[in-house]
Design a protein around this ligand. Sequence first.
Ligand SMILES: Nc1ncnc2c1ncn2[C@@H]1O[C@H](COP(=O)(O)OP(=O)(O)O)[C@@H](O)[C@H]1O
Ligand SMILES: [Mg+2]
Length: 393
Amino acid sequence: MDLVTNPYTPSAGRRPLELAGRDRELDEMRVLVARAQVGTTGRGLVLSGLRGVGKTVLLRELHAIADDAGWLTSEIEGSRLTGAKARSRATLARDLVASARRLRSRTTVLTDKLRSALETIGAFSLKLGVAGVELGVERREGRADTGDLGFDLEELITDAAPALSEQGIGIAVFVDEMQDLDAEMLGALLSAQHRAAQRDIPFYVVGAGLPNLPGVLAESNSYAERQFDYRTIAALSPDEALQALVAPAAARGVTYEQRAAQLLIHVTDGYPYFIQVYGDQAWRLSVGPDTITYTDALEAHAAGTEALDFGFFTSRWERATDAERRFMRAMAQDDGRSVASEVMTRVGMPGTSPGPYRRSLIAKGLIYSPDRGQLAFTVPHMADYISRRLDDD
Ligand SMILES: Nc1ncnc2c1ncn2[C@@H]1O[C@H](COP(=O)(O)OP(=O)(O)O)[C@@H](O)[C@H]1O
Ligand SMILES: [Mg+2]
């Protein structure tokens, strides 16, 4: 099929042509927007799920809804890499200034409330090292610029609140890979959201991350539990998965033979990333011109699996040390969850604490703990991949 018109998007964070099965979460953001218009508030949102399930894409869609409604927004990313801390602060400052400028340019009259909000946003941003800020107002010295992130954020929200209510908008900070956000930023965002909720100010944190994210939040802060609506972002249902596979092709006038679509949906288990990878291969390998046949699907199955093995899975596997790989091989013998102590027995260390493996593999984002004493892979189908490797090695 024509590569130029390939409608599939097998890549992290790329918006799919057909965003299947996420209406509930999109509606939740729309409700927050509508509530801000009438002066009421709601709760922040936490999206957690396995790798490749579509969290980043969904987070960006929610962000776009807030942007379209004229909100002040920012999107930052948690990361354990060096420099991540400084980067998230600079991004927060720059994004807030950018959305404040958009707000300023949309409003014909600069009201006192808006002026006051913009002045404090300017001061806050400068403190975070974003210079050359042009908001068309004086910068207010002595507000939101102590250097204590939590304190400054709270002052910023206080000073912005009258303008938010006047304009019928809110502030939202979107955080991807939130389980890896540094403790200071996490604490600042959570306490700011907590204080805002008490005062009915529409300031929200919308986070996305691995399945351990709710646990990370609970540990960081005793009131995190009530601050958010928690949503598990799961694989798509068979109907939604079918829609995600066939709709992009249909938009180009291409249809799947029923058996072809069934085969590919079956191998993806409804995981959005896999749908994009196999759909992409089907498109590339099909001779067309307007039908993807069962034979094309068989070819795509082989090629898609190979593409996943050499990219998605291998890149994760290679983060682990030899000892960690032995540990994961032992985990892969289980169908789904593993009992950590049993895994230690399998690697020949019965009675030894799994703690060090557990900690470092969680830090590398490869596993999580779904329940006390249990472990599971953050990457869907990781166990199958490990078995395939064993056959090869
Ligand atoms: N709802 C969806 N329907 C179809 N494809 C999707 C959907 N959500 C995400 N995708 C696709 O899945 C892949 C992974 O999405 P991403 O948001 O990066 O996942 P995550 O952040 O959970 O690892 C991307 O290729 C994206 O185009
Ligand atoms: Mg992501």
